[in-house]
Write a protein that binds this ligand. Sequence first.
Ligand code: PEP
Ligand code: MG
Length: 325
Amino acid sequence: RQEQFKALRSVEPVTKDGKAISLNMNAGLLVDLPQLAESGAQGIGLFRTELQFMIASTMPKLEEQEAFYRAVIRQAAGLPVTFRTLDIGGDKVVSYLRSQEEENPALGWRAIRLSLDRPGLLRTQMRALLRASAGAELRMMLPMITEVSEIRAVRELFQKEVQHLSKFGHSLPRKLQFGAMLEVPSLMWQLDELMAEVDFVSVGSNDLFQFAMAADRGNARVSDRFDILGKPFLRILRDIARAGDKNRTPVTLCGEMAGKPLSAMALIGVGFRSVSMAATSIGPVKAMLLGLDAGQLAEELNAALDDVRSDEPIRNLLLRFAETN
Ligand code: PEP
Ligand code: MG
């Protein structure tokens, strides 16, 4: 099967009924980069910048961050890389950055909250990203956004960095794409405002599922208790995809579910046309979608999601569809 997936590397990811699906990979270290060409991914949909911080024993300096991002961009060889700003805290521990014990770290001082409270840290990272992307496109996204105002606050800091660099004669990125991760349920009721504010949205389904179901992603006893392919979560995802269509905002998803063929199928069924996953999942997901009638699936899946009387698990419908189509 490995060989079979390799043979798919240069095959365009298009469903049987002609829907193009963008397949991207997740990465966080330079060792991941060769997989970009090997997997045939169209880009890096999630670059977890905190990895560089997690493996260091002291805070990486501006120059180190810049050199690292440069190397990533060089090795991506022209394919787009979406850099996520620091997502520290929760399940991602950086010993030299946080000291306070928290009772609920997943709900605590983490990700963009920490970055906004340590603007020097965030500005240094954005400066490194700006410098490394001189003359190229910079795609940057923000983790754990809870309110749209947080995005505006980051933009203000970002503008200061842009001004600073221009003042000192540095060349700037040719293009900027500013995105937000959708992983906190509060954003579900700010979708239009959110999409008016950003160039793209990327669903972090690991965290969004954890918060939507109030079930710790690191605790199998509760995280496996609820089905990620159940009605509530698929309705959430469908609402996001529909809001993306309505606002003409590109929507993608970069959590673990994108890499499982059955879940990836469900994502296409609720309207996603772009996903990002572990490099090793690109082949299996592509094999699935090449034979998929996305229109037929959407019809059956939407009917099931709208059926308030049936309590047949949606997963059964998806399994049946996968077997018979
Ligand atoms: C997610 O939450 O789904 C996600 C992609 O981010 P991370 O797994 O790094 O929290
Ligand atoms: Mg997350």
